[in-house]
Design a protein around this ligand. Sequence first.
Ligand code: 4AZ
Length: 254
Amino acid sequence: IVGGYKTLRGDWPWQASLWLRSQSKGSQPLCGATLINSCWLLTAAHCFKRFGTDATRYVVKLGDYHTEEQDDFERVLTPEHVEVHRKYSSESWEHDVALIRLKGAEGKCVSFNPHTNAACLPAPGSKWGKRPASCVITGWGMSDTEHPGMLLQAWVPLLPSWQCKKRYGERFISHSMLCAGSMTSDLRRHADSCQGDSGGPLVCQGEAGRWVLTGVISWGHGCGDPSYPGVYARVSRYLPWIEQVTHSTAPLQH
Ligand code: 4AZ
C-alpha cells in the first residue's frame, strides 16, 4: 500500500495473507486474501501462477497485524483446496479471482474473534449509486511509509470505468474489473495498492456503515501514479461463482 497509513490491531479482521510453505527458509509471503466466511477466503488467481494450485504448498495467516512479530490473535492455517476461476487469463488478467478453502468440518473452520471475522459480500444485484463510495484497501505489500511489517490501509475513490479505460485502453478494462484511486495530482501522496497487496480486499462502506468486499486487488501500472489507477476484480460479478464453489457438495480434491 502506498500513500497509506498504519492500521490498528483488529480494524480489518477479514484481512488474511497467503504464504508459500518452505521448510528451509521459513514461509515466503505471496499475496493478500479476504476471509468471506468461516471456511473460505477470496484472493487473486494470479497468486497461484508461479507455484500452482496444490493447497499443501501454502499457508494462510489470519488475525495478523505485524508480519515480523508474533501477534496474540495470529493463526497459521493450512488450506485444503484452491479453486482458481476457470476463465482466468494471465494475458488479459481477466477473472483474476481464486477461492481458498480452509481445513475443518463443514461451515466451521475458524472461529471468529475481534481479530478474525468475515467481510460481507455485496448483496446480489446491488450497485453503487452515482455517489462515489468510500473505499479502503489494506495490505502488507510494498509501501512508502516507515511502518515495515505493519498492516497498512489507504482510502481510495472508485473511478468510473470510462476514466480508467481512457488511461489503460478500452480493451484492457473489462466489465469484471473496477478501478480505484485518485487521478488528481494535487495530493502529496497517492493512495494505491502495490506489489504484494494483490489478492487482498477493497472494501466499501455501504448502508448502515457495513463494510462490503467490493474488489480484489489485481493489477495496475506501477503504484501511486495518478495517471494509472489500481485495477480490481469486481466482486459483484463473481457472486454466482462464489456461491457455486463454496456450496459445492462434491468432494474437494487437490
Ligand atoms: C502487483 O504487482 C500489483 N497499483 C498490485 C496492484 C497494483 C500494481 C501492482 C496497483 O501485485
